[in-house]
Ligand binder design. Structure first.
Ligand code: OGA
Ligand code: NI
Length: 307
């Protein structure tokens, strides 16, 4: 009887989106040890290759529906596209649990339905849920309250696109604490490039030979301390990844305040500079007028002399 029931439930299990169930608490402990050591952690076969392949299909569907837009970088006061710096297109995803999804089915009276592209992509939703569970377990292990997360799906469309060396958080004002990436690229080969190059805590130098290369293999989970420098090497195949950033909410708020202040300082500086430029322009204009006037005087007086 039991065996028969077990047989039934096994045959009813969805083939697509089937998820291995990794022991997350042991994983969180291992990850925390690695994070406080060299600063990064790689785990293969995180949720199963079938799960990874299905997540890839759902990521492709979101992209095909036009939901992914060019990634931006902050330049001074604004966010700008610069494909020389980063060549991906992205979408920020909202994590929804089942309850959330049900709530959204009936928007409050007078409010229009907020569309969430993630809805209907059950494998990606499950992936976000797993990453969220991991966040909650890692916090206590690294003794930081990680009570917030964001999620981004990114696609580098090949043709040599990548992301230049950068940090996801500044060491002085960390907003993001941990970067977690789940790669979605079945059949990826070294010649496809698109590797993540990371400079670990014990790198011992700035050069490329001190860095570690990590291929974006399907069902691979990578965690790293967000302050570590890293880059995405040029990619020659379509490369998908789902990234979650784990935050401490109050640190993140402090970081935003700091950024606001920097921006207002910068805008003060820019205003001062504009003021100076205008002053210079006025002075130049005055000089030119004066020169023209004296030239005219001179000509007039020359003329006078000639007469
Ligand atoms: C990023 C990033 C790395 C990757 O989006 O900030 O560094 O491997 N991504 O996709
Ligand atoms: Ni990054």
């Amino acid at each position: 009887m039991l065996a028969a029931l077990a047989g039934v439930s096994a045959s009813l299990r969805p083939v697509r989106g089937e998820m291995a169930d990794p022991p997350l608490d042991a994983l969180a402990k291992d990850a925390a040890t690695a994070l406080s050591g060299k600063g990064f952690f790689v785990l293969d076969n995180f949720l199963g290759s079938r799960f990874g392949a299905d997540a890839r299909l759902q990521a492709e569907a979101l992209d095909a529906a036009g939901h992914l837009k060019p990634g931006k970088i902050s330049k001074g006061l604004t966010l700008e596209e610069d494909t020389k710096v980063r060549g991906d297109r992205i979408i920020w995803l909202k994590h929804t649990n089942l309850a959330g999804t049900q709530k959204r089915a009936e928007p409050p009276a007078g409010k229009t339905q907020q569309s969430n592209p993630l809805v209907g992509h059950a494998t990606l939703e499950m992936l976000l849920e797993k990453l969220d569970q991991l966040r909650a377990l890692i916090g206590p292990e690294i003794e930081i309250t990680l009570n917030m997360a964001t999620y981004m799906l990114a696609c580098y469309p090949g043709a040599g696109t990548g992301y230049v060396r950068h940090r996801d958080a500044s060491p002085e004002h960390p907003g993001r604490r941990v970067t977690a990436i789940y790669y979605l690229n079945p059949d990826w080969v070294d010649a496809d490039g698109g590797q993540l190059r990371i400079w670990p805590n014990d790198a011992g130098g700035d050069d490329i030979e001190h860095a570690t290369l990590i291929s974006p293999l399907c069902d691979r989970l990578l965690l790293f301390t967000s302050t570590l420098e890293h880059e995405v090497t040029p990619s020659f195949n379509t490369r998908f990844a789902l990234t979650s950033w784990f935050y401490n909410r109050s640190e993140m708020q402090a970081m935003l305040l700091h950024e606001e202040k920097e921006k207002s300082d910068l805008s003060d500086k820019m205003a001062a500079r504009k003021e100076l430029k205008e002053l210079m322009a006025r002075m130049m204009a005055k000089k030119i007028l004066a020169a023209a006037a004296s030239n005219k005087d001179g000509k007039d007086s020359d003329g006078d002399q000639e007469q």
